[in-house]
Design a protein around this ligand. Structure first.
Ligand code: DLZ
Length: 162
């Protein structure tokens, strides 16, 4: 897997724009909660570390990863958010569900970026096993929630320049 080569929590703090004044939404899937709550912790910790006020972080829960795009659209429309971070975890099972959910959420989040011209961040783990997900939710490969937060800060900064 590509993330074997990169720790998801590694970045240069000097390159990160300040999040002061930014309003960020987070949508969190309830499936595999042990993982998604660890992603949430990494996301919120990184946003606040870089200046986002906790009161400016809006969190919404949805049943599963498939529901992330609609949840993200709803919170974008209910508040004037600079970005929405989508957090989920899909673990390969023995059914085709994995492929359908991954395809649906990827397409859905892509469309939201283009429709709203604001960043909707793909903080979704798609792994073969629970252990691989744990490794990427605060384990040996870092935390995808951190990566998602840093991506949001960078993309909001870019979108404000154009
Ligand atoms: C149905 C399903 C399955 C099999 N696996 C996962 C998963 O690994 N991770 C996840 O976030 N959600 C899963 N779901 C639920 C779907 O995302 C969705 O909530 C249901 O299909 C209802 O639309």
């Amino acid at each position: 897997m590509a993330t074997n080569l990169k720790n998801l929590s590694d970045y240069n703090p000097d390159d990160i724009p300040s999040g002061e004044g930014m309003k960020i939404g987070i949508v969190l899937a309830e499936w595999n909660t042990e993982i998604t709550h660890a992603l949430l912790e990494g996301t919120v910790r990184s946003l606040t570390k870089h200046g986002v006020n906790e009161a400016d972080i809006l969190i919404e829960h949805v049943p599963g990863t498939f529901e992330l795009p609609l949840g993200a659209q709803l919170i974008m429309e209910s508040g004037d958010l600079d970005a929405v971070i989508c957090l989920g975890c899909v673990i390969q099972g023995e059914t085709r569900h994995f492929d359908f959910i991954c395809q649906g959420v990827t397409q859905g989040i892509t469309e939201l970026n283009l429709k709203y011209k604001r960043p909707f961040i793909f903080g979704v783990l798609t792994t073969d096993t629970l252990q691989q997900a744990k490794d990427r939710a605060g384990g040996k490969h870092g935390n995808k929630g951190v990566e998602a937060a840093i991506t949001a800060l960078k993309m909001v900064d870019i979108s404000k320049k154009h």
